[in-house]
Design a protein around this ligand. Sequence first.
Ligand SMILES: [Zn+2]
Length: 312
Amino acid sequence: MTSTHAQHGAGLPPPRVEEVSDGVFAYLQPDGSWGLNNTGFIVGGDAVLAVDACFTERRTRALLDALRAQAGARPVTTLVNTHHHGDHTFGNYLFLPQATIIGHERCREAIIAEGLSAQRAFPGVDWGRIDIAPPGVTFSDRLRLRVDDVELQLIFVGPAHTTNDIVAWLPQRRLLFAGDVVFHGGAPFALAGSIGGWLEALDVLRALGAETIVPGHGAVCGPAVLDDLGEYLRLVLDAARRGLAAEAPPLEVARSLDLGRFAGWLDGERLAANLHRAYSELRGEPRGTPLSRQAVADMVACNGGRPLRCLA
Ligand SMILES: [Zn+2]
């Protein structure tokens, strides 16, 4: 491995902490592209609840440093995983043994089944040490947590981005930690989830009435992002319908599709995987059905044949 810190995140602003509500913090990693996820934490009187870890050891340790700068010596006693992807869970082990890790039951299963396999898609990343540490507490639909008098509702909204997406909703603060059900400024990525399910999830999120949304990737935003995501996903679904009728492979559709105002979103090659997902659903396969390797190969093809760019 020849990677250096200078290469990783070179030219990008450093991660930053934003207090999005009293005692509630978003930890943002620009520019939100592959592997550069957002996390968050809520500082209570005696303890801290965190939402998600980071992709690499170095990035998760930087998150913990930023957290301690706000929370002092208070221990992180709870870590919520919004879904199983490594950029949100590879750093879980650094929260042990103090924290109880909570996630959807399928999140636990997927973390155990996939292990470190995501590393293969991102050659050149300086991973450091990663120990797989899945949630020990799981649930299937909803779970209510509290940090002092601040209530968090964990709501299962998958399959959307993955089979196991949950969001953390703080009703008193009109604040939503959306995990990767919301990308802001980057293309949504439905390889492991469902286009139809994602559109339904957006309806659920709209009904919550959030004023502030901490997306899984990208800057903190308001609810208008939900309409943008819905429009993009419907565009993908419509293109897949036409492509399927014309017996055109997803890669061909991806190369010819005009994304209009979404053409500038980061990681645009995800379109190829999203089309594979839409094809699968339109063929009647169950949501979240594992897709063939071709979906990833087609993303690489859409990226000019280069590996996916990951600056984590
Ligand atoms: Zn994800």
